[in-house]
Design a binder for this molecule. Structure first.
Ligand SMILES: [Zn+2]
Length: 164
């Protein structure tokens, strides 16, 4: 008699965690952030933003009244990814070292400049569709910080809404 693994059952869980050189640590920007232990070259597809796909209606039902979510809106305008992988720990910055691109329905975090070992990864959240009373304040500390994690377009839209 010997022990064995039921191969089908085990090791089948899709690993949602990214490359081993990424670690989650306390961050100056927000409680936790994602750091690289290795240098990363410009243009590298670093990690995929993974998680269940929800429709916007499903996400609204789940997260109504939640101030902070990890929902990533897809370009079809109908679905979001409910981030649960390492990429969901990446903080917003107004002067980021990464950008996000949707390629064939998958969302990738891509380096927009060379990143040194030990740096925190960041991208611009370009938030939209927030509650009017939620300013989504930004404390990234970048020289060009716009004071909010909303996209430029969203800030304009909100400013118009606030106008009498
Ligand atoms: Zn900022």
């Amino acid at each position: 008699m010997r022990q064995g693994t039921r191969k089908k059952a085990r090791h089948q869980r899709k690993s949602n965690f990214g490359p081993p050189h990424l670690v989650i640590r306390r961050s100056k920007i927000e409680s936790e952030g994602c750091y690289t232990l290795q240098p990363i070259a410009t243009g590298t597809h670093i990690v995929e933003y993974t998680g269940p796909r929800l429709t916007i209606e499903e996400a609204d039902a789940l997260y109504d009244n939640h101030r902070r979510t990890y929902l990533f809106g897809l370009t079809d305008g109908k679905h979001v990814i409910d981030g649960e992988g390492v990429a969901a720990f990446i903080n917003h910055c107004c002067d980021p070292n990464c950008e996000v691109d949707e390629i064939d329905g998958r969302v990738w975090i891509i380096a927009v400049r060379d990143i040194a070992a030990g740096e925190e990864l960041t991208y611009d959240y370009n938030l939209y569709d927030g509650d009017q009373d939620d300013a989504a304040q930004c404390f990234c500390g970048a020289g060009n910080c716009r004071g909010s994690m909303y996209s430029e377009e969203e800030l304009e839209r909100r400013a118009k809404k606030d106008a009498p």
